[in-house]
Design a protein around this ligand. Structure first.
Ligand SMILES: NC(=O)C1=CN([C@@H]2O[C@H](COP(=O)(O)OP(=O)(O)OC[C@H]3O[C@@H](n4cnc5c(N)ncnc54)[C@H](O)[C@@H]3O)[C@@H](O)[C@H]2O)C=CC1
Ligand SMILES: O=C([O-])CC(=O)C(=O)O
Length: 265
């Protein structure tokens, strides 16, 4: 049983792997309180393909999408897309669900969208993505001063096309730390790969104080993210292994369900 009477209009920006997971979940009846009305992608072919599969409108630009008055816009595109669309979406009266949370490492942008959401009575929801436990992380951060870190293990192939990749990672016999620093520097170096680091930082000690370690493990499939927060009274460890990034798409489905559920997490 849901809280509202009319269906909420849903739009998706970014019609790749994760956007399609959300659309497919909607088609399969997991989001009955929503109507998928529109999609938009930088690659028009991917938008047309999603629109054909799920019978919504492929929009040529954001203006066309916002004319349909969506209640929720799910971003599954890129941190750059978040910067392009966030203020227009909120100003048009839609709420935003973000996967490319790395965009929020930019403190002045974060302040701007916070002000914009407030001014328009709308909200920006951060999907748990490939990690989770934001409830306990945020709780621990309230209780005392904390130390926060996220340690990620990835197979070397997923580091291709980044500044830290080298062929010798492919058959290294040991685990190699390829980045050690804070969340702000991590997202600057890997603009699309460590949204999880920025999400962890936002929930805990902030982008400057949250430590990030990224490790290459030859032959490793998927990602393992181990978040650790130490406070005076609590020690929190959230460790999530995922074979693919599908968990991030499913986290949007869980978030959208939670938004309309009478029993909310
Ligand atoms: N928060 C988290 O834990 C995670 C976040 N992500 C992020 O989610 C986003 C989507 O990931 P995938 O679906 O795997 O990527 P993908 O590459 O499969 O799909 C992205 C789609 O967005 C479109 N796009 C890119 N820039 C755009 C823009 N400026 N405006 C409109 N459309 C644009 C592309 O054409 C493509 O269709 C990425 O930014 C990725 O970094 C991915 C995994 C975990
Ligand atoms: O999928 C993952 O493990 C993490 C990821 O891409 C991100 O944080 O952007």
């Amino acid at each position: 049983m849901s809280l509202q009477r009319r269906k909420l209009k849903l739009a998706i920006v970014g019609c790749g792997f994760l956007g399609r997971i959300v659309a497919e979940a909607w088609k399969n009846g997991l989001l009955p309180e929503y109507e998928l009305v529109a999609c938009l992608s930088r690659n028009p072919e991917s938008a047309r393909s999603l629109a054909d599969s799920y019978k919504c409108k492929a929009c040529a630009d954001l203006g066309e999408l916002l004319e349909l008055a969506p209640d929720y816009v799910v971003e599954a595109a890129s941190p750059g897309a978040v910067k392009e669309i966030a203020e227009a979406v909120l100003s048009a009266g839609a709420n935003l669900v973000l996967l490319s949370i790395g965009a929020l490492a930019d403190a002045s942008f974060l302040a701007r969208i916070e002000a914009c959401a407030r001014a328009n009575g709308r909200r920006v929801h951060l999907a748990s993505g490939a990690i989770g436990g934001f409830d306990v992380l945020r709780t621990a951060a309230l209780m005392s001063a904390i130390e926060a870190s996220i340690t990620t293990e990835k197979g070397p192939n997923s580091l291709r096309n980044t500044a830290v990749f080298s062929e010798d990672l492919l058959d290294a016999s040991d685990k190699r730390e390829v980045f050690s620093g804070n969340a702000r520097d991590a997202i600057a170096l890997f603009p699309t790969k460590v949204n999880v680091a920025v999400a962890t930082a936002l929930a805990t000690a902030g982008a400057d104080a949250t430590r990030v370690s990224i490790n290459s493990v030859a032959g490793f499939k998927g990602d393992d993210h181990r978040i650790e927060v130490r406070g005076e009274e609590v020690h929190v460890v959230v460790d999530i292994y995922s074979r693919t990034s599908a968990i991030a798409g499913w986290s949007v489905v869980a978030l959208l369900q939670n938004l309309v559920s009478p029993i909310a997490f």
